[in-house]
Design a binder for this molecule. Structure first.
Ligand code: SAM
Length: 353
């Protein structure tokens, strides 16, 4: 969207072009071709309209990468916003790989000054209603369009695995550059996780190679070689996932970029991820930079928690038995009881004082 200052110029140019298009059919055709080629040049090959479900037959999913539909619900934006709100006293946030900005929208509803960037021009051009004007183009593999330390907290949800292994150190350095506090990342990972349920190889490596990787044992760190990455029906790496590695590998790369993993808050979050049905979908990491305090304990009152769980639609979710068991096995019975708990109900319009 054009910034307010250039509106008059943009409007004059548009009117001029409209008049040309109306009166000169040949020029109109040239303009149509140029517009199509410009859109193609700006769009990302992988993360175009179809990746986010546009024009897609829901039945054609059949192993192809991308979303059948991408919305506030399928993006799990409310869970992400809840984690930020409940455990971090932050105001300025950036969501890297924000897609159409549902996390930005949810965080802004929680009164945060949230922004988002994404490499997909399609996603940037189709922002969620509440994210309009707050998302923009940005490529984590290059330089993000923000000064050093501009944000209290940066989220990178299901995004870092889309960057190839050799570009990960630079991408993490860029995350480090723009945050003065924290990073929350969810990254499909395998192997043991010191802070909660671990990850697996299925649908991350080619089917026939799963037994090979499982046999390597818990010390194997990856990343999985390109030729063994799980493929979609077109033979491309599934969902555009290029870096599939263990919890240990990712933790080390973040440490090299200057981050410390926040074990305590991850352990506190996992029972709730189970409660919201997210254990199988999100492999969670929370990091802080030197000087930023360990997050937690809980910053919110029980009343506020009940209020926002209801308003974000999280109070109706229930943990699957196997996820409660995974929490029990890694974090103990007390954590499992939190995972299995039924939340206190609060009326949706009830504003906490
Ligand atoms: C699987 S989607 C996740 C979207 C959103 N974070 C979520 O969790 O719903 C991956 C997103 O990462 C974006 N992406 C991939 N590579 C990127 C890069 N180098 N810089 C910024 N965004 C990138 C894609 O365009 C896409 O929107």
């Amino acid at each position: 969207m054009a910034s307010r200052a250039v509106w008059p110029v943009a409007s004059a140019v548009r009117n001029g072009l409209k008049s040309v298009a109306r009166n000169r059919p040949r020029l109109r055709r040239i303009m149509a071709v140029a517009a199509r080629e410009l859109t193609r040049a700006l769009d990302d090959d992988v993360y175009g309209a179809a990746y986010f479900g546009s024009g897609r037959d829901p039945l054609d999913r059949m192993g192809l990468s991308g979303y059948e539909r991408y919305d506030r619900d399928t993006s799990n934006a409310n869970v992400a916003a809840y984690l930020v709100w409940r455990w971090f006293g932050v105001t300025r946030t950036l969501d890297v790989g924000c897609a159409t900005g549902f996390v930005v929208e949810a965080l802004r509803e929680l009164d945060m000054d949230a922004r988002g960037v994404d490499v997909s021009q399609y996603a940037v051009d189709h922002p969620a209603q509440g994210a309009r004007g707050h998302t923009s183009y940005g490529d984590l593999s290059r330089r993000l369009p923000f000064p050093d330390g501009n944000f209290d907290l940066v989220t990178a949800l299901e995004t870092l695995e889309h960057i190839p292994p050799d570009a990960i150190p630079a991408a993490l350095a860029e995350l480090r550059r723009v945050t003065r506090g924290y990073v929350i990342a969810t990254i499909p990972s395998f192997g043991p996780n010191g802070n909660g349920p671990g990850g697996w190889f299925t649908v991350k490596v080619r089917n026939g190679r799963v037994p090979h990787y499982e046999a390597l044992g818990p010390d194997y760190e990856g990343p999985i070689p390109y030729e063994d990455l799980y493929r979609d029906a077109r033979g491309e790496p599934i969902e555009g996932h290029l870096t599939i590695a263990s919890f240990g590998w990712w933790t080390r790369r973040f440490a090299e970029a200057g981050f410390t993993r926040c074990d305590g808050v991850e352990q506190a979050m996992h029972p709730h991820l189970a409660r919201f049905g997210m254990t199988k979908y999100w492999n969670l990491y929370v990091f802080r930079v030197p000087g930023a305090p360990e997050p937690g304990p809980d910053l919110c009152t029980p009343h506020e928690i009940a209020h926002w769980e209801a308003n974000l639609g999280l109070d109706t979710r229930r943990a699957a038995d196997d996820d409660v068991a995974a929490v029990a096995a890694t974090l103990g019975d007390e954590a499992a009881a939190v995972a299995a708990a039924t939340p206190t109900k609060a009326p949706r319009a009830d504003h906490p004082s």
